[in-house]
Design a protein around this ligand. Structure first.
Ligand SMILES: Nc1ncnc2c1ncn2[C@@H]1O[C@H](COP(=O)(O)OP(=O)(O)OP(=O)(O)O)[C@@H](O)[C@H]1O
Length: 276
């Protein structure tokens, strides 16, 4: 691998010269454009940027479900999409992938059976389901139909499914969309517990800049490129900004050569929580 510091463990994700094209026909669009970044292990890395900048595409590429990929993308020391990564990487898509007509426990039993099939694995599956339900704090709702749960609870079921295989890396695509501030805080606390307690690496996307402050590290994206990779504090200091959002806008202006036009950039580049 290239660009790794000599000391410390290798990053959970290493990308170099990574390009993704999407769309059919003669002229597919370049959605990720020769990007390079590292995601350190055992930390929460936030992937932030405006709607349409390529966050979901990058996540799909990391979990190996995206076509038309060129360049280098190593995940947990293997090329993205390697079969060995199936049980080592958990992925939660934007829409909660649960069956509404099954209960919480039935959903988890089903996904556990897909992940670890066979009679011989029954005890292991039962233990994994119990642990995942406890992890997301849904022990009191195991017999509820998923279709009758609140948005936050459904997100938790999706997260529990992703936790079933005890992944080393969790890829979470905008898990807090549509949740109220209390549920968002609870979910972020859960992410921190998962990372601190088990050393799991989390790559989580959001287009709400407030959430940047909850991450250990940030990848700021814009129009298919990485604008910055930093900790929230380093980003604020480097850009002499009070918030990550302000720092992001300053970087956008610098990239556009519009350092004096920040007021323009504030008009809708990003969504803040108060606007949602
Ligand atoms: N199936 C597709 N075919 C062609 N282009 C696509 C397809 N899906 C997404 N795109 C384009 O790729 C770009 C990146 O989309 P992507 O969904 O990765 O962005 P995003 O940052 O996750 O957006 P959001 O925050 O709204 O989910 C967008 O310009 C989008 O129009």
């Amino acid at each position: 691998m290239v660009n790794n510091p000599p000391e410390g463990p290798p990053p959970a994700i290493h990308a170099h010269d990574l390009t993704v094209r999407r769309g059919t026909g003669r002229a597919p669009r370049t959605v990720l454009d020769r990007i390079a970044f590292d995601v350190p292990r055992g930390r929460i890395t936030g992937l932030l940027g405006p709607s349409g900048c390529g966050k979901s595409t990058l996540m799909r590429t990391v979990v190996g479900t995206q076509a038309h990929v060129t360049g280098t993308l190593d995940v947990l020391g293997r090329p993205a999409g390697h079969p060995e990564l199936r049980s080592r990487v958990g992925y939660v898509t934007q829409a909660p992938s649960v069956y509404d007509d099954l209960t919480v426990r039935q959903n988890l039993d089903y996904f556990a059976a897909v992940l670890d099939p066979g009679r011989a694995a029954a005890d292991r599956r039962r233990a994994a389901v119990e642990r995942a339900i406890a992890d997301v704090d849904l022990t009191s709702r195991t017999t509820a139909l998923a279709g009758n749960l609140s948005g936050g609870q459904r997100s938790r079921v999706s997260l529990a499914v992703a936790l079933l295989g005890t992944p080393e890396l969790l890829v979470l695509d905008e898990p807090t969309v549509g949740l109220d501030p209390v549920l968002r805080r609870d979910l972020w606390n859960l992410f921190h517990e998962i990372t601190a307690g088990r050393g799991v690496t989390i790559l989580v996307s959001s287009h709400v800049m407030d959430e940047a402050e909850r991450c250990h590290d940030l990848l700021l994206m814009r129009e298919g490129r990485i604008l910055a990779q930093d900790t929230p504090e380093a980003l604020r200091t480097r850009t002499r900004s009070a918030t990550v959002e302000e720092g992001f806008l300053r970087l956008v202006d610098e990239a556009d050569g519009r350092v004096d036009a920040r007021a323009d950039a504030q008009t809708g580049t990003l969504e803040t929580e108060t606007q949602r």
